[in-house]
Write a protein that binds this ligand. Structure first.
Ligand code: SAH
Length: 397
């Protein structure tokens, strides 16, 4: 380390979370900064007594002032990123082997690379550089990826709102190689899916639900299914492939339902087995109840309702409401597959919300299965915030 490198000195007693290898240093823990690090520049973090704690990317505008790259004194260089990326990709070799497969190759903090997301869709990689630190190393990361993963192109989808907190503008476009086609086809669990990596949600598809779709579908044979918040039909297609009698998909976006319809054709499913409803789930569920409609299986996979603690109460009410409305239209001995991708709603709270919904609906329910995020979205033990997706499969008497 050269003497001129910036040093972040923590307030007394604020080193505890770093000693437990948590990768975030909040602004409130910072006593003073020696030197004047630029956004994304590497800085050492030391305790108030000067003890070395870690080395990470500094961001002056973010509440998360430093994100730790390493808890030891290794140099943060292009070789550091080459090692980390090779390790993350090495763990996903089995998934990479599937030619048109899709998977997450780098899952941020849990792969030791805070703020970096790399998803693979067949022959293309889609990257999100969500922090000042990843932004600063972008060119190196792209060059390393191009060497490590055989692909036709690397596309950037750093147009997520969180970038603003790091003082970064949204960016989108080709980083390396060819531009991905507007309609890329991937294959998951034997099902073909159109993915729009240019404009789709996140990097184009909800890869975190990959393992849960066939699991839920396994209970859908011969059943009538209502897939709420369907996006491009991930759960609907899995249910149809598993022999569901009929699947209704609801989403508030007409564009994603059009893709869902195309996905149905692409897989050769009989169109009479599926309906697409463009509407607000909160309203449509009430309408179905008033009409006396019943479904054997209801799937609820809403978007993240909670962005911060301030919204926790309101979001809990929203989760309760959809679960309550769903339970009111489930046939006797039917099923509910219900999810939450809000990290701030912990599994115990989510279970309580679903229980409260069952009480209000006057339905006895029991859990027969619990879901979490797919294995390519790992949770580092030193970063419990990485566990965000949870779900319950309930029988509703
Ligand atoms: N289950 C999907 C992912 C769901 S993402 C999958 O397996 O891929 C959440 C979806 O909910 C988005 O497509 C979004 O357009 C939709 N959405 C958000 N709020 C909604 C609302 N109030 N009513 C209906 N759809 C909504």
């Amino acid at each position: 380390m050269s003497r001129s490198e910036p040093i972040v000195i923590l307030k007394r007693g604020r080193e505890k979370s770093l000693l437990r290898r948590h990768p975030w240093v909040f602004s409130g823990a910072v006593g003073r900064v020696k030197g004047s690090p630029e956004p994304g520049q590497t800085a050492d973090v030391v305790a108030s007594d000067g003890r070395f704690l870690g080395r990470g990317a500094y961001c002056p505008s973010s509440q998360i002032r430093v994100r730790i790259w390493a808890f030891d004194q290794q140099q943060i260089t292009r070789e550091f990123f080459a090692r980390k990326l090779a390790a993350a990709i090495g763990r996903r070799q089995a998934q990479l082997a599937v030619a048109e497969g899709a998977c997450r190759l780098v899952h941020g903090e849990s792969d030791g690379l805070p703020g970096l997301v790399i998803d693979r869709y067949g022959q293309y990689l889609v990257a999100q550089f969500l922090t000042a630190g990843t932004e600063r190393w972008k060119q190196d990361i792209v060059a390393i990826l191009a060497e490590l993963v055989p692909c036709r192109g690397i596309f950037e989808r750093s147009d997520a709102a969180v970038r603003a907190k790091e003082g970064l503008a949204p960016v989108k476009g080709v980083l390396w190689g060819r531009e991905p086609p507007r309609r890329l086809i991937i294959e998951q669990a034997g099902i073909k899916i159109l993915v729009d990596v240019h404009n789709g949600h996140k990097t184009g598809f909800y890869l975190d639900q990959a393992e849960n779709r066939p699991l839920v579908a396994g209970y859908c044979r011969g059943k009538t299914v209502l897939n709420c918040f369907s996006y491009t039909g991930g759960f609907s297609l899995a249910a149809l492939a598993a022999g569901a009698a009929h699947v209704t998909s609801i989403d508030s976006s007409k564009a994603v339902l059009d893709t869902a319809g195309r996905n149905l054709e692409l897989n050769g499913f009989d169109p009479s087995r599926a309906d697409f409803v463009n509407g607000n789930v909160f309203d449509v569920l009430r309408k179905y109840r008033d009409q006396g409609r019943r479904f054997d299986m209801v799937i609820l996979d809403p978007p993240k309702f909670v962005e911060s603690y301030n919204h926790l109460k309101k979001a809990s009410r929203a989760y309760k409401d959809i679960n309550l409305q769903a339970m009111r239209i489930i046939s006797p001995e039917g099923m509910l597959a219900t999810f939450s991708c809000s990290g701030l709603i912990e599994p115990a709270l989510f279970q309580k919300i679903v229980f409260d919904a069952s009480l209000d609906a006057g339905r006895q329910a029991c859990i027969i299965r619990r879901f979490s995020q797919a294995e390519d979205h790992p949770v580092a033990l030193n970063f419990p915030e990485g566990a965000y997706l949870k779900g319950l499969l309930c029988i509703v008497e």
